[in-house]
Design a protein around this ligand. Sequence first.
Ligand code: GDP
Ligand code: MG
Length: 287
Amino acid sequence: MCRVVDLQQTVLVKNDERAGALRTELAARGTTVVNLLSSPGSGKTELLEAELALAASRGVPVAALTADLATEHDAERLARAGVPVKQVLTDGLCHLEADMLAAQLEGWLPDGTRLLFVENVGNLVCPASYDLGESLRVVLASVTEGEDKPLKYPTAFGLAQLVVVTKDDIAEAVGFDEEAFRANVRQINPGVEVVVTSARRGAGVGIVLERALDVAGGGAVHRPVMARTGAGSGSGSGAGADAGTAYGHTHVRTLPDAGTHSHPHQHPHPDTHAHAPAAGVPVRSHS
Ligand SMILES: Nc1nc2c(ncn2[C@@H]2O[C@H](COP(=O)(O)OP(=O)(O)O)[C@@H](O)[C@H]2O)c(=O)[nH]1
Ligand SMILES: [Mg+2]
């Protein structure tokens, strides 16, 4: 058991080291990475398409890499903004890792790219633990997902440097309680900015671009209090395992409440499986 946990820690430490190196390499090229995380269907692609189009209209050199288990739909949607786009299919892997991203950028990322947006695999668990060398980590949640998601996915929301609420146009219809959501975010990640958007209506579109340009220009970025697990490189962003949540430690409760909670040991953090070799990942570029 301990060995598996150690292995997981080793994987994260290695990833953090690679991510730190990638951040440095890209900074030398003038490129800042923005990592977008959310559940499937939260609205990453729709908001990103609008942000990319805005960047293109302002002459900001941007590019986007999008990762999915299957289909090239997102790349086709993002490419409508008229900027370089690359689709990565992870063949079952639930997240991107720093070395996978680095391999995909070689020979593709255009010189002079100011911002590289990475749409991670839709998932609030695995991607949260992997630093991709980003300088801004954006976590999105749609109004349809409920107010408690920051509490249910503490690593994802705890390491966010910007939280974006999406689909505000339907907030009333689904009874979304924005104040309760904000309070939950504050509990997990005090001080992080929460912005409300509707890509459908254009509300809030441009905020992600603005924050990303601020960071790229050396502006201050939110530093989450949640501890990172890994290299401890002091980087601007990055991966972290659930701080305060031991791997392999599962909490169980049965209801009606018998007054006892048990904590049987179970298998480790789900990220330890399904490593696809970066070289074998199918790729498609749209530009
Ligand atoms: N009502 C509404 N629907 C949206 C909005 N943004 C995205 N959607 C819809 O939500 C679904 C999932 O969006 P998508 O961008 O593919 O989410 P992703 O899986 O996070 O990339 C699609 O049907 C979108 O059209 C929005 O602002 N308002
Ligand atoms: Mg998408």
